[in-house]
Design a protein around this ligand. Structure first.
Ligand code: BG6
Length: 490
């Protein structure tokens, strides 16, 4: 969806509004869209949560969040105050039938035929079904209503199916927006353009030419104050089941027949269903799990996961590496290495496509294989490694260099946060960048045996120092195939 577009009027109701997501992501994203005049003046942003707060108290929290999470040049105090006037709060337990529902109805637009209602569920996923039952019993779901579900959609296949069924009783599938903010990142969407608008790549996008693929989402931060959620989830559920598998789909899928939502989602689904199921032996050989010990975050000494969690023991992984295979003719025998971790050496999300070495060489040394590096964040961009003649040496000497494009300076733009575009897509009712129910379930089908294998103790928990690139077992995982992680590639 294009920025700066005019939208229909809408009400935006956030359940679980006092949580971190509202402050860090949702309100700053809506504020940026407000600055671009995409939030009509009639629109009300309504926070709903159990705490007893007045509108003013909630606005004070919102102001605080905007001052922290909106970038300096856009932090105009008058504009912030004007935006806050469109924000309201009601104390409401969405999971209880006997709660303050009349107050919500009073705040909603009096033109439900025309105005859009967006119910954004940022609560525990366990409450999604009950909230939707109550919205329905209160008669709040209109033809123009949409529901947004934050991840995680469940903690297993069965719980994801329960959520899909309980929400699906009240909303048609095309009004259910399961958000995965990785799909909202410009550079993840750009994978489609890069692949399908550049025949030079599309023709090479297969196992004849590609040796292996790496998908990394590394963070420098620890679990912060999210231990309560994180310790029950772990990195596999928190990052791999959703973000990393979605990126893998974008890299591996066949061209969709159009850029319509279901055509794209059908292709992604095919990939999720083509992932080779992991047997116990595969889990033992092809997965690594780790937990961070004390170490450094930049220049700052930081404590271990257990200290952050204030617990003596935990078997939860803060790092995962997996060697996956996509069982299609295009990808037969190409390893897809996935990894994610907290407290890693760098904050970086990237895709690395390592091309095969040539079988012979005209030169005295074997040329280094080409490599395409897609930088999802930060420093959004793409680079392609090339071999050129070393200008300081004789005619048969080679040197590695890069063609490198840094998108932000090249296009003179601020890279918007993923939520900005996604929230406006919900307003427009465009589900292209949202996950369909069958995708969520297919992802769980692949992930669940790994979780089960781990809970049987098939893969011991390794430890890694905060500020490192993860446990050594992850290097061994690639070394078995003669491969290297990106940061140690020549
Ligand atoms: C969220 C996870 O979905 O993604 C967090 O729950 C993680 O644990 C975050 O920190 C990472 O997002 P990004 O956009 O910073 O890579």
């Amino acid at each position: 969806m294009k920025q700066g577009q005019t939208h229909s009027s809408f009400d935006f109701i956030i359940f679980g509004a006092t949580g971190d997501l509202t402050k860090r992501k949702l309100l700053p994203a809506l504020f940026y869209r407000y600055l671009d005049q995409e939030i009509p003046s009639k629109t009300r942003i309504i926070g709903a949560a159990r705490s007893q707060l007045s509108n003013e108290e909630f606005r004070a929290q919102a102001r605080d969040g905007l001052n922290q999470f909106v970038q300096e040049p856009d932090r105009n105090p008058e504009k912030i105050e004007a935006f806050l006037q469109q924000i309201f709060y009601i104390s409401l337990n969405g999971a209880e039938a006997e709660s303050n529902w009349p107050a919500l109805l009073n705040l909603l637009s009096s033109d439900p035929q025309n105005d859009i209602r967006i119910f954004y569920l940022a609560t525990s996923p366990k409450l999604y079904g009950a909230i939707c039952d109550n919205l329905s019993n209160e008669g709040l779901i209109t033809e123009n209503s949409r529901v947004v579900l934050e991840k995680p959609i469940g903690t297993s296949l069965a719980t994801a199916q329960d959520i899909n069924n309980s929400v699906g009783k009240h909303f048609p599938e095309n009004h259910i927006f399961r958000i995965d903010h990785y799909l909202g990142k410009e550079t993840v969407q750009n994978i489609i353009a890069l692949r399908f608008a550049n025949p030079v790549f599309e023709r090479l996008w297969n196992s004849d030419v590609i040796d292996y693929v790496q998908i990394t989402a590394a963070e420098t931060v620890g679990i912060g104050n999210r231990g309560g959620y994180y310790d029950g989830a772990g990195a596999l559920r928190d990052m791999v089941q959703n973000h990393l598998l979605q990126v893998l789909c974008m890299v591996a899928m066949d061209p969709p027949i159009s850029l319509e939502a279901d055509d794209l989602r059908n292709e992604k689904l095919k990939i999720l269903r083509s992932l080779s199921p992991m047997s116990e032996e595969d889990i033992r050989l092809n997965t690594v799990r780790g937990q961070y010990d004390a170490g450094m975050e930049g220049n700052k000494p930081v404590s271990s996961y257990l200290e952050d969690l204030k617990k003596e023991n935990s078997n939860t992984e803060t790092y995962v590496a997996i060697c996956a295979h996509v069982n299609t003719s295009r990808w037969s025998s190409v390893p897809f290495y996935l990894r994610t971790g907290k407290r890693m050496a760098e904050k970086t999300s990237e895709v690395v496509i390592q091309f095969k070495r040539s079988a012979w060489s005209l030169f005295p040394t074997m040329p280094e294989p080409n490599r395409l590096h897609i930088r999802i964040q930060p420093d959004e961009g793409v680079s392609l490694s090339l071999q050129v003649k070393d200008p300081s040496k004789s005619h048969d000497s080679l040197r590695s260099t890069f063609i490198d494009i840094d998108f932000s300076p090249a296009f003179h733009i601020r890279y918007p946060d993923a939520y900005e575009g996604l929230l406006m897509d919900v307003v427009e009712g465009d589900p292209l960048l949202f996950i369909r129910n069958d995708e969520v379930e297919a992802a769980w089908r692949w992930v669940e045996p790994i979780l089960k294998g781990w809970s049987k103790g098939l893969v011991p928990l390794s430890h890694y120092k905060s500020g490192s690139w993860g446990p050594n077992e992850a290097n061994k995982l690639l070394a078995k195939n003669g491969h290297l992680w990106h940061e140690v590639m020549p």
